[in-house]
Design a protein around this ligand. Structure first.
Ligand SMILES: C[S@@+](CC[C@H](N)C(=O)[O-])C[C@H]1O[C@@H](n2cnc3c(N)ncnc32)[C@H](O)[C@@H]1O
Length: 194
């Protein structure tokens, strides 16, 4: 017998942490998401956003505007992955955060073979929560070009490598005087044969 559903509705507005968004933007090589397609005035993470009142799922609403981000309500995922797939066919670029529902029909119909799947290594802690989300999550990339694929992504490492690069850069500029830096640049250029 299937286990009974827990009473009441589960939380539908988990907000993506700035730490994860930073890693994702680094991975995509972008400064900002142009569009957050599942948002409120208070929780948007994009330069532009759609709210429940706009209803991003309406057929006439376009998601095409640079990289769009989507962390939809997890209660009813199928219309979101369907819309993402359709919008990618029309030229949109979408990063969508979801629980790894690999056994669901929506996964079979609109994820497998249709999105590049980053399997998130490192549980997510949503903003305002004190404990990690208890399910594995994925980040789906839908674009007009990418077709299906799977990859494990250690997103925390992505942050670390960026921090290390920043640290290295700032310690270099702290440690070296301007003439030292000029000398190093000209020696590097010389090595490159420029
Ligand atoms: C999980 S929260 C996402 C919060 C934040 N934007 C983020 O990305 O972390 C989902 C948001 O989608 C909004 N939403 C629900 N249905 C929507 C719809 N049809 N169109 C646009 N936004 C919707 C909810 O009001 C809620 O603020």
């Amino acid at each position: 017998m299937a286990p009974k559903q827990k009473p009441g509705r589960s939380k539908q507005d988990y907000c993506t942490s700035p730490e994860f968004l930073k890693a994702l933007k680094h991975r995509l090589g972008i400064e900002n998401f142009h569009l957050d397609v599942a948002a409120s005035e208070e929780n948007s993470v994009g330069l532009r956003w759609f709210t429940e009142e706009h209803d991003a799922l309406r057929p006439e609403v376009s998601w095409k505007d640079g990289w769009a981000f989507c962390n939809p309500p997890f209660g009813h995922i199928e219309p979101w992955v369907k819309k993402a797939w359709e919008e990618a066919q029309r030229g949109a670029w979408i990063a969508m955060l979801l629980p790894a529902g690999v056994g669901a029909n929506w996964w079979r119909d609109y994820v497998d073979g249709k999105a590049h799947v980053l399997l998130l290594n490192g549980r997510l802690v949503f903003t305002g929560e004190t404990t990690p989300y208890p399910k594995d999550c994925v980040l789906l990339l839908y674009t007009p070009y990418i077709r299906g694929g799977y990859e494990v992504w250690n997103w925390r490492k992505e942050c670390e490598s960026e921090l290390l690069a920043q640290k290295e850069l700032s310690s270099q500029s702290l440690a070296k005087s301007e003439p030292d830096l000029l000398l190093q640049i000209s020696s590097d250029l010389w090595k490159l044969g420029v």
